[in-house]
Design a binder for this molecule. Structure first.
Ligand code: NAD
Length: 250
């Protein structure tokens, strides 16, 4: 039987009911974190992630919340704190991609939706985390990990330049916020996954745009989750303001 890791504290993963977020919840639980996750609609998927974390000997809790809505983010943080204790790590993971298309054809509604969730949502979650973690306001410090995309650097031409730009803003926020809160006990980091096998991709998209990354295959969610658990831990204690690629060399 595997020994349960010593408790590190409470971690919150947005969009933790499936894909990279679900794998991150599992990796954090295995590394000793009690884990709160948010889900948008699939309570059944969220319940499975909670059960998997509990099986690892940790406490876990799922809350329905839309990261595009500031009041729901506040309720999410309060509910997880009330159930599992003060939050020491936040994984800003919830995100969407747009349908394939060319910039010249984008409608304003499409742009508003992708920036509202990927960029404004990430800012709101980071802000809620800082208000609770900052040692300047009585918090115990912590770490924020923003899930960006390798597309933020590559641009994703012909597919979803809006998505790539919405994530590039998250990269900039990561670096700026890291400097803003470094003396308040908070580390802020970002990761840029390449193409990872999840349901975020519409049918056929991975084959169409994946090409062959230098490592010869798309990534698996566990390979991203492992990096998240490392960055959240004291093993990464001298890291802040960095963007780390996990993209098979892409
Ligand atoms: P996914 O679609 O499997 O998971 C996305 C999660 O975000 C889901 O749980 C979904 O419910 C949640 N979500 C979406 N909109 C939300 C909203 N408004 N409020 C709350 N939750 C919301 O996709 P994934 O591949 O696991 O993506 C996770 C993150 O990784 C995203 O930010 C995505 O942009 C990023 N990413 C993914 C890839 C990839 O190839 N899969 C590559 C680079 C970056």
């Amino acid at each position: 039987m595997t020994e349960t890791a010593a408790r590190r504290g409470t971690a919150l993963v947005t969009g933790g009911s499936r894909g990279i977020g679900a794998a991150a919840a599992g990796a954090l639980a295995a590394d000793g974190w009690d884990v709160g996750i948010s889900y948008r609609t699939r309570q059944d998927e969220a319940a499975k992630v909670v059960a998997a974390c509990e099986k690892l000997g940790r406490r876990a809790y799922a809350v329905q919340a839309d990261v595009a809505e500031a009041d729901q983010i506040e309720q999410l943080f309060d509910a997880v704190t009330g159930e599992l204790g003060a939050i020491g790590a936040v994984v800003n993971n919830a995100g969407i991609v747009s349908p394939s298309g060319r910039v010249a054809d984008y409608a304003v509604e499409r742009l508003e939706r992708v920036f509202r969730i990927n960029t404004i949502g990430a800012f709101l979650v980071a802000g809620a985390a800082v208000r609770r973690m900052s040692t300047a306001s009585g918090g115990a410090g912590g770490v924020i990990i923003n899930v960006s995309s390798r597309g933020a650097v590559l641009g994703s031409a012909g597919e979803y330049v809006d998505y790539a730009a919405s994530k590039a803003a998250v990269d900039t926020m990561t670096i700026g916020l890291a400097n803003e809160v470094a003396k308040e006990g908070i580390r802020v980091l970002g990761i840029r996954p390449g193409l990872i096998e999840t349901d975020i991709h519409e049918e056929g998209r991975l084959d169409r745009i994946g090409g062959t990354p230098p490592l010869g295959r798309p990534g698996k969610v566990e390979e991203v989750a492992e990096l998240i658990a490392f960055l959240a831990s004291e093993r990464a204690s001298y890291m802040t303001g960095s963007m780390v690629d996990v993209a098979g060399g892409r």
